[in-house]
Design a protein around this ligand. Structure first.
Ligand code: MN3
Length: 213
């Protein structure tokens, strides 16, 4: 991944702010990317500026090693490096128009493990609705096996040694302007803009990582 070391910069979205209309509105995308993600980037740079010994670690290395850092740094690294990683992952996972259904290896694996795409989407939706407060729902690979998990705040699957394929930000800032408190409506809209090519690419990378070990 480019721009993966200190000092981090906020690369532009891979599409316009209004590209995901009518499913996610331009104002939400602007605030989400230019304010929320920017804040995580600024905070992370500030922490690393004060801790030069961490500046040669990549974003992923910071996250994976967070629990080995001094106690005072653990939470702030987890929140801010996680906030950068999770948001980049989320934005890269969206496209409009979308193919609507998965294809390739990920499609085969979803059908094998969840019986059908519909069952999978139902289970993913249930997980996303179950997040109490702020967090994410994820499709991850656990050594090739697909799992749906949720994480709180800005925690990531990387800390659990899981390989992320797809995520959904269910913090209220991701949908409140358009969907108000109706998270279920937001999730339904998100189904229309999943970048399945990106999910397929991520899954193939997950499988590659296993074979390299
Ligand atoms: Mn967010």
């Amino acid at each position: 991944m480019q721009n993966n070391y200190y000092p981090f910069v906020n690369t532009p979205l891979p599409y316009g702010y209004d590209a995901l209309e009518p499913y996610i509105d331009a104002k939400t995308m602007y605030l989400h990317h230019d304010r929320h993600l920017q804040t995580y980037i600024d905070n992370l740079n500030e922490i690393l500026k004060e801790n030069p010994q961490l500046q040669n670690l990549s974003l992923e290395q910071l996250i994976v090693n967070a629990s080995r850092l001094p106690k005072s740094l653990q939470t702030s690294i987890r929140n801010n490096a996680g906030g950068v990683y999770n948001h980049r992952f989320f934005f890269e996972g969206l496209i409009n128009p979308s193919d609507k259904i998965p294809h390739g290896k990920i499609s085969e694996e979803i059908e094998k493990q969840f019986h059908s795409i519909e069952t999978f989407m139902g289970e993913f939706t249930k997980a996303a609705l179950s997040v109490f407060g702020s967090g994410y729902a994820w499709l991850v690979s656990d050594k090739g096996i697909l799992k749906i998990i949720t994480t709180r705040n800005q925690n990531t699957p990387l800390e659990q040694r899981l390989c992320p394929i797809l995520n959904l930000d269910v913090w209220e800032h991701a949908y409140y302007l358009k969907h108000y408190n109706m998270r279920a409506d937001y999730i339904k809209d998100w189904h229309h803009i999943i970048n399945w090519d990106n999910a397929e690419k991520n899954y193939r990378n997950c499988l590659k990582e296993i074979s390299m070990r």
